[in-house]
Design a protein around this ligand. Structure first.
Ligand SMILES: Cc1cc2nc3c(=O)[nH]c(=O)nc-3n(C[C@H](O)[C@H](O)[C@H](O)COP(=O)(O)OP(=O)(O)OC[C@H]3O[C@@H](n4cnc5c(N)ncnc54)[C@H](O)[C@@H]3O)c2cc1C
Length: 423
């Protein structure tokens, strides 16, 4: 980093996926580009995505893709129209990163290594001549008024007090989750200083705490092919099929994370929140009853806890006994019709009361951020300050797990970088 003030065509704040893509695109289109990162290394969060495997994107078609963002997803049509999942995979193939599509359309690098994805992006921006500074946090935006009195960006001031000028600045600072990666919400403050509205931030994909000792008893247990239904004030609000996990404090895993945003909103609205788990979603009540009758009949001399081995994972057996009130030692032929009914009901509705959500620092994504109405979706330029652009999670966009969030970061970065280069 030089000890004097310098001039660029485009300054990108934040070297995450959105900022790296934006800087590379701007440089590719001939802009003298500066990429400033506050941490000592680019892409710290990108390196831990997908449990270190990096779920780059998802292979589903655009409408289905956008549905995973909820109503705000509409904002992304323009960016996705210009640079979508197939384009991203071509882009990475050109950088030497081959990919593979897995269950649910999730796309990963063949190497299963998020560092490969990150390093390929860093090499790419370096090869394009982007000036890259690390440990260089941006403290302020420099905004001036043109002769007509309209606001326009003029540059940035770093924490060391130096100002660097450019007619275009891209804010790609991410959200506030996993602050150890550098995402500490600076972009919200910078955007607000430019007059932008910040939609209140809250966790979007986050683990949920549950009441009682059930979850700690089941800690480490992962359930596949179950259906979890979120109940708000006792009413089903959303339902997901797939995999979930018990932790020492409650529940997590893909389907819980997907349900969590609605749970967070309901908890903040002081509503009663519960998760109901259908442990046998493939069997309707009648089929399940037939199955239980058969099991108890055929294994009449065996104890309840032994018969359950065919139905449930080991850790769930004592919990099932506790919650249904059926003695684990009772032989199958002594189990009454009422007990069988209680078991059947529990297998279809294993319910946990949600007491709170985990802190936003532990969320996978931050909901809320720069209000979308104030950003032009065709260019990512601010509608309030000329030359100011946004890309990535700093925007009021968040999606389910499955590679959707990274694609949004890459696509908005791609568009912001190109637009800023021609500003
Ligand atoms: C554990 C985990 C796993 C995830 N896995 C996946 C996954 O597999 N697939 C998926 O699609 N999504 C995943 N996500 C979400 C995804 O990582 C984010 O949505 C994405 O990283 C957002 O990209 P971004 O470039 O907008 O922000 P970030 O990746 O947060 O990057 C922002 C950058 O800006 C820098 N910065 C911040 N403030 C300043 C400042 N003042 N000056 C200079 N630099 C600054 C930060 O240091 C950081 O490097 C995961 C998230 C987490 C936490």
């Amino acid at each position: 980093m030089p000890e004097f003030d310098t001039q660029f065509d485009v300054i990108v704040i934040g070297a995450g996926p959105a900022g790296l893509m934006a800087a590379g695109q701007a440089a590719y289109f001939g802009a003298r580009t500066l990429l400033v990162e506050k941490m000592d290394r680019a892409g710290r969060k990108l390196r831990i995505t997908g449990k270190g495997r990096c779920n780059i994107t998802n292979a589903v078609p655009v409408d289905e893709f956008i549905a995973h963002f909820g109503p705000n997803g509409r904002f992304l049509y323009s960016a996705f129209y210009q640079f979508f999942n197939v384009d991203l995979l071509d882009f990475f193939a050109n950088l030497g990163v081959q990919t593979i599509t897995e269950r649910g359309g999730r796309v990963f690098p063949v190497s299963n290594d998020a560092d490969d994805v990150t390093d390929s992006l860093v090499r790419w921006v370096d090869a394009l001549g982007v000036t890259r500074w690390q440990q260089a946090p941006v403290a302020h935006l420099v905004i001036e008024n043109d002769h007509a009195g309209a606001a326009r960006i003029a540059g940035v001031t770093l924490a060391n007090g130096h100002t660097h000028t450019a007619p275009a600045v891209i804010i790609a600072t991410g959200g506030v989750s996993y602050p150890g990666t550098g995402s500490t919400g600076d972009g919200y403050r910078l955007a607000a200083s430019a007059g932008h509205t910040i939609i209140p931030i809250r966790p979007a994909l986050v683990a949920l705490d549950t009441a009682g000792k059930t979850a700690p008893q089941l800690m480490g247990l992962s359930l596949r092919n179950v259906r979890a239904t979120l109940l708000i004030d006792g009413e089903p609000a959303a339902s997901e099929f797939g995999e979930m996990l018990f932790t020492h404090f409650g529940v997590s895993g893909p389907i819980i994370l997907t349900l969590s945003k609605r749970a967070v909103d309901a908890l903040h609205a002081k509503k009663q929140v519960a998760v109901s788990i259908d442990l046998k979603p493939a069997l309707d009540e009648k089929m399940l009853d037939t199955r239980l009758l058969r099991d108890f009949d055929q294994q009449g001399k065996r104890q309840f806890k032994t018969i359950l081995k065919d139905l449930l994972p080991k850790l769930l057996i004592p919990v099932c006994s506790d919650l249904t009130g059926i003695s684990p030692d009772k032989p199958g032929h002594q189990i009454t019709a009422q007990e069988r009914e209680r078991l059947r009901a529990w297998l279809k509705d294993f319910r946990l009361e949600v007491t709170k959500h985990h802190p936003i620092a532990t969320a996978i994504v931050t909901a809320g951020g720069v209000k979308l109405d104030e950003v032009d979706p065709r260019t990512m330029q601010s509608r309030l300050v000329s030359g100011l652009y946004f890309a990535g999670e700093v925007l009021d966009l968040d999606a389910d797990t499955g590679g959707y969030n990274l694609q949004a970061a890459f696509s908005t970065g791609w568009l912001a970088g190109r637009s800023a280069a021609s500003h």
